[in-house]
Ligand binder design. Structure first.
Ligand code: SF4
Length: 293
């Protein structure tokens, strides 16, 4: 079948840097002496490969021996982790993406300027958990329904957003915050352009095809966002991790398929998927069950 790739997709510079640093650190250290405080990126294939190369990705700082080397992921961590590592004699290799570092700095500066910091983001995402550590009492808001209860009235508000959020969502949230009584509102754009470009390209492609495949880890926030945006265009959309998840019924009745991939999806996964899909001859008609997303 005809397969088209989104003009921007796959690895971003922050993820590339994190993987390169992880591999370099594994080469430079004895086996069993390198750890990360969680999966290096939200992609199970890459996580498995790094594990096979000897990287423990479920470490806790308080369980590690002095002299162990710990890789900080591209999502970054709060300042308390740097402090605890220093006290315990842990060596840190910092792969925090420079855009996440900037968000951390902005949060600290907004607090120092006297603003009540508001972060638009998912409170459970590791990036958000780290960023809010750079000022006291940062308020995290995810949906418009959160705002009435969480935003203090007549305050000086300083707003940032999780780097991977869609600009439309952030704009809606800022509009809703501005509709509440406030003394001053300062918004600093912390969105990642790499993510925004992938989102624009995915939406553009979703308008041209019969079915969209969004490749990437099921727990990857930016990949989930791509799938949500494609679905929003009304096109049949599947969020899959690899070709192993593909089922012929997914393309039944389709002539043209589109592929995009999150910022943590390796090129090999995308190339293999596209090559296999090109060789695939779709069935004529989808059944009702087949078209479930
Ligand atoms: S998606 Fe953007 S913010 Fe996140 S790691 Fe990649 S470049 Fe950095």
């Amino acid at each position: 079948m005809e397969v088209r790739l989104a003009r921007k997709h796959g690895f971003c510079f922050g993820v590339e840097q994190a993987i390169e640093l992880a591999e370099q650190t594994l080469r430079d250290n004895a086996p069993g002496r390198v750890a990360a405080l969680g999966p290096v990126i939200h992609n199970p294939e890459v996580v498995r490969r790094l594990e096979q190369e000897g990287l423990n990705q479920s470490a806790r700082l308080d369980n590690l021996e002095a002299g162990t080397t710990v890789l900080i992921r591209s999502h970054g961590v709060g300042p308390e982790i740097y402090e605890m590592a220093r006290r315990r004699g842990i060596n840190l290799v910092d792969a925090t993406c420079r855009l996440v570092k900037r968000a951390q700095t902005v949060v600290r500066q907004l607090h120092e300027e006297g603003y009540q910091v508001i972060m638009i983001g998912d409170a459970n995402h590791p990036e958000v958990k780290g960023v809010i550590g750079y000022a006291p009492n940062v308020i995290v808001v995810e949906r418009e329904e959160d705002l009435a209860d969480k935003i203090p009235r007549r305050a000086r508000l300083g707003i940032v957003a999780q780097t991977t959020h869609a600009p439309e969502h952030v704009a809606r949230m800022i509009g809703a915050i501005a509709a509440l009584p406030f003394q001053e509102l300062k918004v600093v754009n912390t969105l990642c352009l790499e993510v925004v470009r992938r989102q624009e390209a995915a939406v553009e492609l979703a308008r041209e095809v019969d079915v969209m495949f969004v490749l990437g880890g099921l727990s990857s926030a930016n990949t989930c966002e791509l799938a949500r945006l494609c679905q929003g265009e009304g096109v049949r959309t599947y969020h899959l991790e690899t070709w192993a998840d593909f089922k012929p019924a997914m393309v039944a009745g389709c002539k043209v398929a589109g592929i995009t991939a999150g910022a943590s999806t390796p090129d090999d996964t995308i190339t293999e998927f596209a090559a296999n899909l090109r060789l695939h001859e779709p069935l004529n008609q989808p059944s009702e069950e087949d078209t479930r997303h």
